[in-house]
Design a protein. Sequence first.
Length: 391
Amino acid sequence: MKITQVFPLVGIFAAQTCWAVYAPIPEQEQGKQFSLRATAGISHDSNIFGAASNAISSTVYSFAPELILNSSLTDQTFFSSSYKLTIDHFSDRPGDKTLESHDLMVRLAHAFTAQTNIDVSDSYTISKNPESLLAGVPINTDQSLTRNQADGRFVTTLGQKTSGTIKARTVLYRFDNANLANSLDRSETLFGVELGHAILPETKLVGEFRHQTINYSNSGGNKDKQSNFLIGGVDYTVARKLTATGRVGYEWRQRDGERSSDAPYVELSAKYDYAEKSYITTGYIYTLEETSDVANFNDTQVNRFFVNVQHSLSALIVASGSFNFEPSTLQGRRGVANADETTTRFGAALSYLINKNWTASATFDHDKVSSDLASRGQKRDRYGLTAAFTF
């Protein structure tokens, strides 16, 4: 959990089965077109560069003002945007001790009819203090980066029980450090077409085709990849408070300059809303992802188990936690052996809604990477206190 997160109340807006487009938003923003949030905090980071050895720890002082816009442009169109400036000051960081990060988000949802809607968004981030640090980079290397993600989703009804979805995503990565930029700057583009059919009111069958391209900016001849996916699954409303989703398929991956690879694709998840403002989500994902060591490995075969919990202790106090366990295998290039690696991430937060404007939080995060390669091991603990004012 990022130390600047003060209350786990964000959601994704979606078009409902009427003409209006709705957006679940934090309670403190509801009923207002403009909101301004200011967050200040102090934390301790045991490994500010994510180094395998000679870790540098530091106290971090943070201040983050954020401007938020939520607006129903018409009965059919919803628009939201936000800009957040985060200023982090490190008491013991080599080089620049004060870093400025920027987050800009724009999103538009429009319902053409009761059965057809479109949802597009773009998120642009300049991160000088990344929340998740890369494993295996040279000791104490600045991992600042710029990341842009654009998403689009078009949904329509094709029949009384059948729906169609077209979706696309493009993510760009640009690192500040010259060596990281030369290795890891890239674009990842995903396009998908999905058909859904409700066989029962509570059960929907889904079939999907996806195409993914990964293109590196530098020396990309033996790093670029293309993948095709065929995926089937089901969305099942088990009960009023319990939902489950399953996707199982296969990926055919073609690697430029390296051996191609085929692999299963699995995505399972469930959510149980056991009380007001209290829920648990859990799931499992098996897929191929990019690695931070592109010189020796093609990609990473990941098993990801996750659990997220939010529990309302009272009307004003909420506890939340997350746990990720990721056994993975780095897929070696020709002449390089595969390497096993396990990543464990744990986060917890206790948030107190002092009044309708003020929230205070205590947070803790633990990251650990255990690897066959000593240079990729990593351990990082962060704990802190924050206060946020929204008006």
